[in-house]
Design a protein around this ligand. Structure first.
Ligand SMILES: [Zn+2]
Length: 390
């Protein structure tokens, strides 16, 4: 018989973990490397130990780095595994938060993995010997771009004992809730391309220069930004884009902008789509600049690769969702996750539960306990499915 998770124990675990760095407003401050983060990780290692797992809390200081900053850079992955040498299917996420974060981002995936493991073990199911648990260090990127713990894990000998990785997470977007879905099967984690754009026109008197004589870099930028949504949606409806800040020079109300500078961020579930959207954006900027009597320079600033989830695991998750009788959807993750780091080395996939109003990285982060319990049970069943023990 399939083991059943306990919704009450899942809630209790989430509440206990939320005390580390807990805020009066219900949110959590548990930045990677802070005392609250380390206390939470020791607590977690203790819970894993109670379940008969050998839990290692790594405080692997880097050579040559001394003092407080180096201490914050230590790797604090909590990795719990059965005695012996694997291979294990790894379940988990991260327990660090952003400043004034919520109780579920990362924490849910770790506590749900703990509960799923507990249920499997209590049922004396043979899969208990083939599962391991993890909370990765600094997923949120307090220092650097994030994923420091999962990158360290993947470069360590521990990876050789891992057969694959499953991560349960809140969606952090509005789609599942809006579509009335209880579960989301993630088939890809988006890549992120950023372009630095500089439009050059001619600064001039904003009272005496008629519109038709202007070379207005600000107007060119505004036309592009106003049209960006349609541009990337024309490439693929799963693409999104953003311009988060815009710098105009000289920057006075009575001067026509001679220069406009901004970063365009593109997100999409496949490298080809990102490249197409980048080209479409460049072409449009050239066209608009020419129309407005301006010139434009576009430079690639950074590129973070899109990562497809392992097809065999995606299928296993879909079978579990279909059997559950719950409403579910397949979707790409618009946010980054440790799973994309693991996916470079071992089969990996993710399962989402809805986020109320799509809110995350906020004390207002919330998911109904019923949905959390369903997600946890689905994680357990997905693990058994992947292991061929379903
Ligand atoms: Zn997260």
């Amino acid at each position: 018989m399939t083991p059943r998770i306990s919704p009450e124990r899942l809630q209790q675990g989430l509440e206990e973990l939320a005390r580390f760095g807990g805020r009066p407003d219900g949110g959590v401050d548990r930045l990677a490397g802070t005392p609250a983060d380390l206390e939470a990780r020791r607590w977690l290692a203790g819970r894993m130990g109670e379940l008969g797992l050998e839990a290692a809390l790594w405080l692997a200081g880097r050579m040559g780095e001394l003092g407080l900053e180096a201490a914050l850079d230590e790797v604090n992955n909590v990795f719990g595994h059965p005695p012996g040498g694997g291979p294990w299917l790894l379940l988990g996420s991260h327990t660090d938060t952003v400043p004034a974060g919520g109780r579920l981002d990362g924490a849910y995936g770790v506590i749900a993995a703990l509960e799923a493991y507990r249920a499997v073990r209590e049922a004396a199911h043979p899969a208990a010997a083939r599962l391991a648990l993890v909370s990765f260090h600094d997923e949120e990127g307090v220092s650097g771009h994030g994923f420091e713990g999962s990158e360290h894990f993947c470069a360590s000998p521990s990876l050789t004992f891992v057969s694959g990785y499953l991560e349960l997470h809140i969606e952090q977007g509005p789609r599942l809730e809006a579509e009335g879905k209880d579960l989301g099967v993630v088939d890809a984690i988006v890549g992120i391309d950023r372009y630095q754009v500089e439009i050059r026109g001619e600064a001039n008197h904003a009272g005496t220069t008629p519109f038709s004589y202007r070379k207005d870099a600000g107007r060119t930028a505004a036309r592009f930004i106003g049209h960006l949504r349609e541009l990337v949606q024309g490439v693929d409806e799963r693409m999104v884009a953003n311009v988060g800040s815009l710098e105009l020079e000289p920057g006075a109300p009575n001067q026509v902008p001679g220069r406009a500078r901004f970063l365009v961020e593109l997100r999409g579930p496949a490298a080809g789509l990102l490249a197409s959207a980048g080209q479409v954006a460049r072409d449009e900027l050239q066209r608009l600049a020419a129309e407005e009597g301006c010139s434009v320079e576009v430079a690639a600033q950074s590129s973070w690769p899109a990562m497809a989830m392992f097809p065999g695991y995606v299928s296993a998750l879909e079978r579990v969702c279909a059997r559950s009788g719950l409403a579910w959807a397949r979707l790409a993750s618009g946010a980054g996750h440790d799973a994309e780091i693991l996916a470079r080395h071992v089969p990996a996939a993710m399962l989402f539960v809805p986020s109320r109003r799509g809110i995350s990285h906020s004390p207002l982060e919330y998911t109904d306990p019923r949905l959390l319990a369903q997600g946890c049970q689905a994680l357990l069943e997905a693990a058994l499915e992947v292991l061929g023990e379903g």
